[in-house]
Design a protein around this ligand. Structure first.
Ligand SMILES: NC(=O)c1ccc[n+]([C@@H]2O[C@H](COP(=O)([O-])OP(=O)(O)OC[C@H]3O[C@@H](n4cnc5c(N)ncnc54)[C@H](O)[C@@H]3O)[C@@H](O)[C@H]2O)c1
Length: 381
C-alpha cells in the first residue's frame, strides 16, 4: 500500500470539528456505500477498491440500470435505488455522495439522521441555508462531513502549499489560478450543454476552495461571466477578482472555450508572487520558482493509478489522496479538509459571485448570504 499523503499541517482546525471526530483509529476497516453511479463516481469507486481499510458494501442510484451496470462492473454485491433503504439495510460507517447538487442536502440529511459519516461532492449545496443546515445536522449527529474538493489534493498544490508555509517566496501578495482549455467535457457529461448557471457554479467551488487553501479567507469578490460557446446554454468562462483577508489579491480564471496548444486540461495553472520570489505552476506539472535572479524547476508530475490513465492522472491521484485523507478523518487523526463547515464560505463566495455578475459591483463578503440575508439561487449543478 502506498504511503499516505500527510494532512496539510497548518490547516486551521474548524471550530466544532474536534468533537466530531470518532477517535477510533487503529486498523479498523470502514464499511462504505456509494450513492450516485454516474461519470465521476467511477474514479471514486476505483480508488476505494484499491484501499486496504475500506470495504464498499453497496451502491445506490435512482436509475436502476446505472446502479446495476456500475455494481456489476466494480463487483459490488448489494444494489439499491433508494438511499434511505440502503442506509437502513446496510448500516455503513460512511456514504460517498456523488450525485448532482440538487440531491446533496437531502442525502446528507439522511446520512446524518442515520448517524453515518458523509463525503459530499461539490458544488456542496444550492443555497447557503442548505449548506448551513447540512453542516449543523452532521455536527448534531457527531459525524464528520468532508466535501470532495479534490483540487487542493492535487500533487502540485499540496507541494505549493508547503512551499508557501515554508515561506519560499516570503509574503504572498498576488495569485492567479487559471483553469482554461477547450477539452470536450460534453462528450462524457452531455447534460452540461443545457445547464444554466454552468461553470461559475460548477468550477467556482474548486477555484475558491483552492484560493482559500493557498491564500486564506476572501473578504471581497468581483466576478464576470462570458457565454463564449453558442452550442452551450450556460456561461463557459468566468473571471473573478478576490481580496484575501491577509491582503493578497487573487485572479481566478476559468474557461471551457480557450484554444491552447497543447491543451492543458485538466491542469490548473498558477502564478503566485511573494515579497521574495514567484512560484509558477506551468504546463506539464512543472513548479518553477523565480528567486534571486534564477529559476529553479521541479516536477510535480502525478502518478496515474493502475486503474487510471496519464491524461487524467492529476485528477485521479487527487481522488486517491482525498480518499486516503478520509480514513485519517474517520480514524480521528485529522479534520476533514475541507469540512462542510469550511465549505459554507466557499458556497457563499460562489453565490455572491453571481450577484456580482448581475449587479456589476464587487461584493463585501462580511455576513453576505447568512441566514435572513438575500441569496442568489442558481438551480442546479
Ligand atoms: N470533483 C470533481 O473533479 C468532479 C468532476 C465531475 C463531477 N463532479 C461532481 O460529482 C457529482 C456527480 O457528477 P457526475 O458528472 O458524475 O454526474 P452524473 O449525472 O454522471 O451522475 C450522477 C448520478 O447520480 C444519480 N442520482 C441523482 N440523484 C440521485 C439520488 N437522489 N440518489 C441516488 N442517485 C442519484 C443519477 O442517476 C446519476 O447516475 C456532481 O456534484 C458534480 O459536480 C466532481
Amino acid at each position: 500500500m502506498k504511503a499516505k499523503e500527510p494532512c496539510p499541517a497548518n490547516h486551521t482546525r474548524d471550530r466544532g470539528d474536534e468533537r466530531l471526530m470518532r477517535g477510533e483509529g487503529g486498523n479498523r476497516t470502514y464499511r462504505g456505500a456509494l450513492i450516485g453511479c454516474g461519470f465521476f463516481a467511477r474514479n471514486q469507486m476505483a480508488a476505494w477498491l484499491e484501499m486496504d481499510r475500506v470495504s464498499i458494501e453497496a451502491v445506490c442510484d435512482i436509475d436502476p440500470e446505472n446502479a446495476r451496470r456500475f455494481a456489476s462492473e466494480f463487483g459490488i454485491g448489494r444494489v439499491f435505488t433508494d438511499a434511505g433503504e440502503m442506509l437502513a439495510s446496510v448500516r455503513p460507517d460512511f456514504v460517498d455522495i456523488v450525485t448532482p447538487t440538487s440531491s446533496h442536502h437531502d442525502l446528507v440529511e439522511m446520512a446524518a439522521r442515520a448517524g453515518v459519516a458523509a463525503i459530499c461532492q461539490k458544488p456542496f449545496a444550492q443555497t447557503v441555508d442548505q449548506a448551513i443546515r447540512m453542516v449543523e445536522l452532521c455536527e448534531q449527529a457527531g459525524v464528520p462531513l468532508l466535501v470532495h474538493e479534490n483540487f487542493r489534493w492535487q500533487r502540485p498544490f499540496l507541494h505549493i502549499r508547503k512551499m508557501l508555509k515554508d515561506r519560499a517566496i516570503g509574503d504572498m501578495f498576488f495569485m492567479r489560478l487559471s483553469f482554461r482549455h477547450n477539452f470536450d467535457v460534453y462528450q462524457t457529461q452531455p447534460h452540461l450543454r443545457d445547464r444554466k448557471p454552468l461553470f461559475l457554479f460548477n468550477m467556482g467551488p474548486h477555484l475558491f476552495d483552492l484560493a482559500r487553501y493557498l491564500a486564506g479567507d476572501i473578504e471581497n469578490v468581483f466576478a464576470r461571466i462570458q457565454y463564449v460557446d453558442p452550442a452551450v446554454k450556460g456561461e463557459t468562462a468566468f473571471t473573478i477578482s478576490a481580496a484575501h483577508a491577509g491582503g493578497a489579491q487573487s485572479l481566478l480564471e476559468c474557461s471551457f472555450a480557450s484554444h491552447i496548444v497543447p491543451d492543458p486540461f485538466p491542469q490548473t495553472l498558477a502564478w503566485i508572487e511573494g515579497s521574495e520570489g514567484t512560484i509558477e505552476l506551468a504546463p506539464g506539472y512543472r513548479i518553477r520558482t523565480h528567486k534571486d535572479g534564477n529559476i529553479e524547476e521541479e516536477s510535480a508530475n502525478p502518478a496515474a493509478p493502475g486503474w487510471g490513465n496519464s491524461k487524467w492522472a492529476g485528477v485521479q491521484e487527487s481522488v486517491q489522496n482525498i480518499q486516503r485523507h478520509w480514513i485519517d478523518v474517520l480514524d480521528g487523526s485529522c479534520d476533514a479538509q475541507p469540512s462542510g463547515r469550511f465549505t459554507i464560505d466557499t458556497q457563499r463566495l460562489c453565490l455572491a459571485s453571481y450577484e456580482s455578475v448581475e449587479s456589476g459591483m464587487s461584493i463585501n463578503m462580511k455576513n453576505w448570504g447568512m441566514p435572513n440575508a438575500h441569496v442568489a439561487r442558481p438551480q442546479d449543478s
